[in-house]
Design a protein around this ligand. Structure first.
Ligand code: X2X
Length: 331
């Protein structure tokens, strides 16, 4: 009788342990390959969250927009309606849902990281976070895709004139207008289809950040020329569905928040490190790199001004002004 009672108690204890050891697995979607800093940032979030919650939560990372049928622009909307728990994506991918998100990547909004951080790590992003919240997405932290640089297979690009007739793959609607302003032929395409399109010569070029995407996705294997024109900056954010967030108690929310803040700080750091070392690496790999002079950058800035104006109107003058003020304060 005693023995039975003891073994029942042991059984009950182990059952309780089994229940508490069973983690809730959250699904995180992102839209680039699993060799990128996006993936590393997402994995870091999962590790930190699991550690901070004593294993109550873990994160399964799905790259290449697999969970949205390869559609990188659809992820935000899916998180918004609770079909995905978490997303790491860049601002430009959210512009179909929230046009105001184009403010970051307006051509030549920023010229350095201090200016970037003055917005993404400060108050300027709060109105955007409020809009995303109203669409069902709680932004936990901002990361970095980075300054988007041009690669192509036709010729060195040193001036707007060199862009004439170049077939360039772009990610989103604003970049169509920017490329048109430069006289190029833009083609909007999913990132998941772009590497094949470059390989097969369907397009001549593309533009993406060096540390976060160009190097880890080995774009240098299929592109000869790189121009570091820094024409547009693209941040990442780590977002959680509001439905999920609102179901967490305050203590757990704080743990999610800490894990996200730390993971995106790490992701920004490794993206910047990869970019700093990147030009030398790309030259070693055989790319011909052109680094425009300040005067040449002014020429690109002037040529892209019509697209800036069109998209500044879509974003709204108050938001653009608040970003410009934050940028000015960083100087
Ligand atoms: O598609 C792109 O170019 C990428 C990976 O940078 C974005 O998600 C915007």
């Amino acid at each position: 009788m005693t023995i039975t009672r003891i073994s029942f108690a042991a059984l009950a204890a182990s059952a309780i342990m089994a229940i508490s050891a069973q983690a809730e697995t959250l699904r995180l979607s992102h839209n680039v390959g699993d060799t990128t800093t996006w993936q590393q940032g997402a994995e870091k979030f999962g590790e930190l969250l699991s550690a901070k919650t004593d294993g109550a939560y873990d994160v399964r990372v799905f790259p290449n927009a697999q969970l949205s049928g390869g559609d990188q622009m659809k992820q935000a909307e899916m998180v918004g309606r609770g079909a995905l728990d978490l997303v790491v994506t860049s601002a430009i991918n959210v512009t179909p849902l929230v046009p105001e998100m184009a403010v970051f990547s307006l051509p030549y909004m920023y010229s350095d990281y201090a200016q970037v951080d003055a917005t993404t790590q400060g108050e300027a992003v709060k109105p955007l976070e409020a809009i995303l919240d109203s669409k069902g997405i709680k932004v936990l932290a901002w990361g970095e895709n980075g300054f988007r640089e041009l690669t192509n297979n036709k010729q060195p690009v040193k001036s707007p004139a060199d862009m004439k007739g170049l077939n360039v793959r772009v990610a989103g609607p604003m970049y169509i207008d920017v490329m048109n302003a430069l006289g190029a032929n833009p083609q909007q395409m999913q990132w998941s289809e772009t590497l094949t399109a470059l390989q097969q010569g369907v397009v001549d070029g593309q533009e993406n950040p060096i540390g976060a995407v160009i190097i880890p996705q080995q774009v240098y294997e299929m592109q000869k020329y790189l121009t570091t024109w820094h024409y547009s900056y693209d941040p990442l954010f780590l977002g959680i569905s509001k439905a999920k967030w609102d179901g967490l108690d305050a203590d757990t929310q704080a743990k999610f928040q800490e894990a996200a803040t730390e993971a995106m700080a790490f992701q920004r750091q490794i993206s910047r490190e990869g970019t700093d070392k990147g030009v030398a690496f790309l030259k070693e790999k055989g790319m011909e790199v052109y680094e425009p002079t300040p005067e040449e950058l002014v020429a690109f800035r002037e040529a892209t001004k019509p697209a800036f104006d069109t998209w500044a109107a879509k974003v709204g003058p108050d938001l653009v002004k608040s970003f410009q003020d934050a940028v000015a304060s960083a100087q």
